[in-house]
Design a protein around this ligand. Structure first.
Ligand code: 13P
Length: 289
């Protein structure tokens, strides 16, 4: 199966009361680890890429070409979407051109009217090419690739207005934060989530900042309409911890331990481990159709 937009996987997740994991990728190893795990677990998956990671990998076209080719070469049969994470207006347009199957336009930091206007334009352009769109209301806290959130909790009335623009998924701040959660974190705001759900009906909701949210809160959020959970930091942590152990054990000094394919293997396996944990937690295992 080639790359798909998120529409069918979101509809199935909503109906089946589970969520699809959206994992950020940084390079070939990251992509391979996530695709391999999704295929083994028969889970739909969303590979998402920040603008910073796109730049790191030399651009949208490179990423789209790499992911498409890997899905084909690896014989992946589960649904895979390639999604722009926290896109700017220009970035979203460039990804639609480059062959991404889904984009997030993040206008949450803009004046609300401008967020509405730009979201509308991206929806029109994206849908003319079969590309799905995620929009955001209320910045998500923490910092990601230089994008700073203010830890807002979204206004359900604004959620309804953005949701009605024809978007396919809505990201709404409910006290979630990118990166590790501080010790004094108050937890997710379920009252707001329930109210948002009431106003937007069947619109699939997205939970950003999936790293470190306790399992019971993740499951409760899914029961209240979250269909996509974003995870980035935890994959980085698992990758880095496993890589550190490799060097601490002096493995790079044994035989061909200096070969980059050997150096990157523990980190690759680390990503697979955490992606499996998350897919099981989100309930998407065995849901690929
Ligand atoms: P974490 O880095 O906290 O997992 O958040 C990822 C995310 O929300 C990407 O948009």
């Amino acid at each position: 199966m080639g790359l798909v937009n998120v529409n069918e996987m979101m509809a199935n997740a909503l109906k089946g009361h589970y969520a699809v994991g959206a994992f950020n990728i940084n390079n070939l190893e990251w992509t391979k680890a996530i695709l391999e795990t999704a295929e083994e677990l028969k889970s739909p998956v969303i590979l998402e890429v920040s603008e910073g990671a796109n730049k790191y990998m030399t651009g949208y076209k490179t990423v789209a070409a790499m992911v498409k080719a890997m899905v084909e070469s690896m014989g992946i049969t589960v649904p895979v979407a390639l999604h722009l994470d926290h896109g700017t207006y220009e970035g979203a347009k460039a990804c639609i051109e480059a062959g991404y199957t889904s984009v997030m336009f993040d206008g949450s930091h803009l004046p609300f009217d401008e967020n509405i206007e730009k979201t509308k334009e991206i929806v029109k352009l994206a849908h003319s090419k079969g590309v799905s769109v995620e929009a955001e209301v209320g910045a998500i806290g923490g910092e990601e690739d230089g994008v700073k959130g203010r830890g807002e909790v979204a206004n359900p009335k604004e959620c309804k207005i953005i949701s009605d623009l024809g978007i396919d998924m809505l990201a709404a701040g409910i006290g979630n934060i990118h990166g590790p959660y501080p010790a004094n974190w108050q937890g997710l705001d379920f009252d707001t989530l329930a109210e948002i759900k009431k106003t937007v009906g069947d619109k699939p909701l997205v939970l950003h900042g999936g790293t470190g949210i306790p399992e019971d809160q993740v499951k409760k959020a899914i029961s209240l309409g979250v269909c996509k959970v974003n995870v980035n930091t935890e994959c980085q942590q698992y990758f880095t911890q496993a890589t550190r152990k490799y060097f601490e054990a002096g493995k790079d000094l044994e035989k061909k331990g200096y070969d980059p394919r050997n150096v990157l293997k523990p980190g690759f396996l680390g990503i697979k481990e955490i992606v499996k944990i998350k897919m099981e937690m989100f309930g998407s295992v065995g849901k690929a159709n």
